[in-house]
Write a protein that binds this ligand. Structure first.
Ligand code: SF4
Length: 65
């Protein structure tokens, strides 16, 4: 199981994460990612990692638990 960490100080609302994985990287009304702390089931891990790599601010970290 992976956990997503989003550094809200770094997130600039580019929405690239959500463009790659919209079911994982949920955005608020202003386009900022609010996926901090969510758990990703095994079958979505590849997509979650791809979304994290798409973030130009490097705001997303994925933690293995
Ligand atoms: S791609 Fe990065 S900066 Fe853009 S909304 Fe997602 S976490 Fe925030």
């Amino acid at each position: 199981m992976l956990t997503i960490k989003v550094d809200t100080a770094l997130c600039s609302g580019h929405a690239r994460c959500a463009a790659v994985a919209p079911d994982i990287y949920i955005l608020d009304d202003d386009g900022y990612c609010i996926a901090d702390g969510i758990k990703v089931p095994e079958e979505h891990e590849t997509l979650a990692k791809r979304g994290a790599r798409a973030c130009p601010e490097r705001a997303i970290t994925i933690v293995e638990e």
